[in-house]
Each structure stands twice: as structure tokens, then as C-alpha cells.
Design a protein around this ligand. Structure first.
Ligand code: SF4
Length: 403
């Protein structure tokens, strides 16, 4: 498991910012190696990320990413989230779901799902918090072995899968609490195609400070291992990210890269989707995270690096404004996932939400946003499947071989 290597990865990450930056030519050679589809050795990726402290190298990254062409560069995949519960037993310091959560009944959920299908969506992300009444702890549950009775969760997936089939097919992604292999097998059978999990911060000390010691999320190891467990359960696509702004983003980027390389070597595929969430809201002022704030310039640099370093498609987030995401697309190209319809509270698509949102998102007009993308000759897709996603991956042979 990659979690067994985390200590060593953290040690490597702590070298970043302490070493002399690479020369411009050595730096560029590493960018070319990665963009050519080769995996960088640990020493090389440390040197590359350490090198981004140098201003000339930063400029090189931005120019390189702007010239580099990723697969399906003129296409945009749309992916809306659908929250079915915000009741949560974890109390992450940076999240507004720590109290007053709401769970959608199955019939309310079906209405919400239908509203998204009516808008044309066929690829939908199902989201829930760690709701203790639907992620019921099994008698043999422990923090290291989080075994849940999922009878309260599976109907949301079964209902979604049924509606997608009726509509001609599509894809279900989840952003739910990690479960064990048996749980993933049940979710997969119920229609789950892609398991997505934000890993928050890789740094174990920082992870411990930010997470509630009595909730399931306290186990960073179980969270990390869930990616490999989902692959072992048969899922063809996994998605990962760190939350930018919880710790030094360059160090997090290094470990995400090492994790991705490990998955390719050990499990035959890396992350299909790389998320790009950045911490927003009042918690950014907490002394626990303030030193790690990510400026717009640093965020843009991180996005440029993601496009060069990862085979997986980038998911640009609604935590950023649409004009900001549009600038990123103008600058570096498409071939990304975008969210143009977003409510981060349960309910809110078929009627206005009355629950609290998880984090603020920018309001955007779907038709107007799609028109702005189309004006740029971008092909906007509402209806995509796991097979379509595979065509957006650089070096997608491993995913195709096993699909
Ligand atoms: S981040 Fe997720 S697990 Fe943490 S409190 Fe919010 S909903 Fe719960």
C-alpha cells in the first residue's frame, strides 16, 4: 500500500525549498520528460518542484504548459455534484458541514437527479458526508478496518444508475467517505464507475491537527488505502487531489505525484481525474493554515504543473470563479472537467436548497457559460461515460487494457 511509503514520501517532500534550484536547462529537460509521458524518478520530481521556487523556472512552466497539447484539448466535460447527505460525524476544522446536516429522502433525491438529467447531464457526482445513520458501523468496525452496512447508501446509487440507464447511459462518480473493499464491491454493483476522494493533506502531523480524533476520518491510512481498495474491487477510474491551502502545496504536489506513480506501477493505472480544490472561506485565516495560503499566481502555476505531470484529466473547480477557470482554459487549453451547475447542499436543483452549503461556490448561468465556451470553439459535453473519460487520459493504455 502507498500508505506504507508515506513516511518516506514526506521526508522527500521536506527537501523542497531547502535545496538550490535546478538550472533552467535541467529544469526544462524534466518538463519535457514528463510531458513525453515518462515517469520522473523521485529525485527528479523533488528537483523539479524545488526548482519552481525560481522565477525563471516558473515562467518556463507557464510557457511550457501553454504550448503543450493534452488529449482532447478542445473538449470540456461537464460534471455536476449531487449531495444526498450533509449529516456528518467528522468535524473537519475547515468544513461547514460539522453541524446541522440534512439528508435527502430517496424521492427528493430522485427529483434532484431527474432535474440534472433534464438539463442534459449524464455524468453525475454523488456526494455525501460521513452520515452515521447511513454509513452504519458493522459489529467488527474499527478505525483501521472501517466496515459499514451500506443498505442506507446503496439505494441512492441504484436509483441513479436506473435513471441513467433509462436516459441512455452515463457515468456515476462518488465523493463519499471511504469504505472497505467489500463496500466498494457493493457500490460498484450498484452502479459506481469512478471513486473520487480528496486526500486533504498528505502531511500526517497537519492531517492530525485538522481532523476530529473521534470520527472515522481520523484514520489517514484508511483514507489513503481506499484508493487501492476501490481498484481491487474492480473500479476502472479513481480520482484524487489534495486541498490546496492546508499545507505547502509544492510538498503536497510531490506526494500526489509519487502516489500516482505508485498506482501506475503497482495497480496498472494512476488517477484518471486530478482535482484542483483550493481552500476558501474564513478558515483560511486560521493560524493552522495561514502560512500555506495559495495565491492566484501560485494556483495557476500548480495548474500548469498538473497539466505537465499527470496523465489524468484536470477537474477545474467551482470554488474558483467561472472567468478565472475560463482564463485557465484560454491560457493552457481544454481537455478538462468543469462544473457549471453546482449546489454544495443537499437539494437545490429541483427547488431552492434549505440546507447549509459545504463551501461557497460561484453562481453561474449554465446557458451563458456554455455559450462562452462554444464561442471559443470548445466542444462542451454533458453526456459522457467511463469509456469517454479514458480517451482524455494521456498514455491511456493501462486504463484501456483493463476496461
Ligand atoms: S469535510 Fe467531509 S468529512 Fe469533514 S466535516 Fe465536512 S463533510 Fe464531514
Amino acid at each position: 500500500m502507498f500508505s506504507d511509503q508515506l513516511k518516506n514520501a514526506v521526508r522527500q517532500a521536506e527537501r523542497i525549498g531547502r535545496e538550490t534550484p535546478l538550472s533552467p536547462s535541467g529544469f526544462r529537460a524534466l518538463l519535457e520528460k514528463s510531458a513525453g509521458g515518462q515517469i520522473l524518478e523521485p529525485e527528479e520530481i523533488v528537483a523539479l518542484l524545488n526548482g519552481t521556487h525560481d522565477q525563471i523556472n516558473q515562467k518556463t512552466v507557464l510557457e511550457f504548459a501553454a504550448q503543450d497539447q493534452r488529449p482532447k484539448d478542445r473538449d470540456i466535460l461537464l460534471l455536476p455534484p449531487l449531495y444526498f447527505s450533509s449529516v456528518c460525524e467528522n468535524q473537519c476544522l475547515y468544513c461547514d458541514f460539522s453541524s446541522g446536516g440534512v439528508r435527502l429522502s430517496l424521492s427528493d433525491f430522485a427529483e434532484e437527479f431527474a432535474a440534472l438529467v433534464d438539463l442534459g447531464y449524464r455524468s453525475i457526482e454523488l456526494v455525501s458526508s460521513q452520515d452515521p445513520d447511513i454509513y452504519l458501523k458493522s459489529p467488527d468496525y474499527s478505525e483501521e478496518n472501517q466496515s459499514f452496512d451500506l443498505q442506507g447508501v446503496l439505494p441512492y446509487f441504484e436509483e441513479s444508475s436506473r435513471r441513467l440507464k433509462q436516459a441512455g447511459g452515463g457515468m456515476l462518480t462518488s465523493n463519499i467517505p471511504p469504505v472497505d473493499r467489500n463496500g466498494f464491491q457493493q457500490l460498484h454493483a450498484a452502479g459506481l464507475d469512478c471513486y473520487l476522494i480528496w486526500l486533504e493533506t498528505f502531511n500526517p502531523d497537519q492531517y492530525e491537527k485538522l481532523h476530529y480524533s473521534h470520527g472515522p476520518k481520523n484514520s489517514q491510512t484508511f483514507r489513503l488505502n481506499s484508493i487501492e481498495e476501490s481498484i481491487a474491487a474492480g473500479l476502472k477510474h479513481v480520482a484524487g487531489a489534495f486541498l490546496k491551502g492546508l499545507y505547502d502545496w509544492r510538498k503536497e504536489e510531490l506526494i500526489l505525484y509519487l502516489f500516482d506513480s505508485y498506482l501506475k506501477a503497482q495497480r496498472g493505472r494512476g488517477f484518471s481525474i486530478i482535482g484542483t480544490p483550493r481552500l476558501k472561506g474564513k478558515f483560511t485565516q486560521s493560524s493552522l493554515v495561514k502560512p500555506y495560503g495559495v495565491s492566484d499566481d501560485e494556483y495557476i502555476l500548480n495548474i500548469a504543473l498538473d497539466r505537465i505531470l499527470f496523465d489524468g484529466i484536470l477537474w477545474l473547480q467551482t470554488r474558483e470563479s467561472f472567468p478565472f477557470n475560463l482564463d485557465l482554459i484560454d491560457r493552457f487549453g481544454g481537455g478538462v472537467i468543469l462544473t457549471l451547475t453546482s449546489c454544495t447542499a443537499p437539494g437545490g436543483y429541483s427547488k431552492p436548497p434549505d440546507a447549509r452549503a459545504q463551501f461557497p461556490v460561484y453562481k453561474q448561468d449554465l446557458e451563458q457559460s456554455v455559450a462562452q465556451l462554444q464561442e471559443r470553439d470548445l466542444n462542451v459535453r454533458f453526456d459522457w461515460t467511463p469509456e469517454v473519460l479514458a480517451t482524455f487520459l494521456r498514455n491511456n493504455h493501462s486504463t484501456q487494457a483493463q476496461s
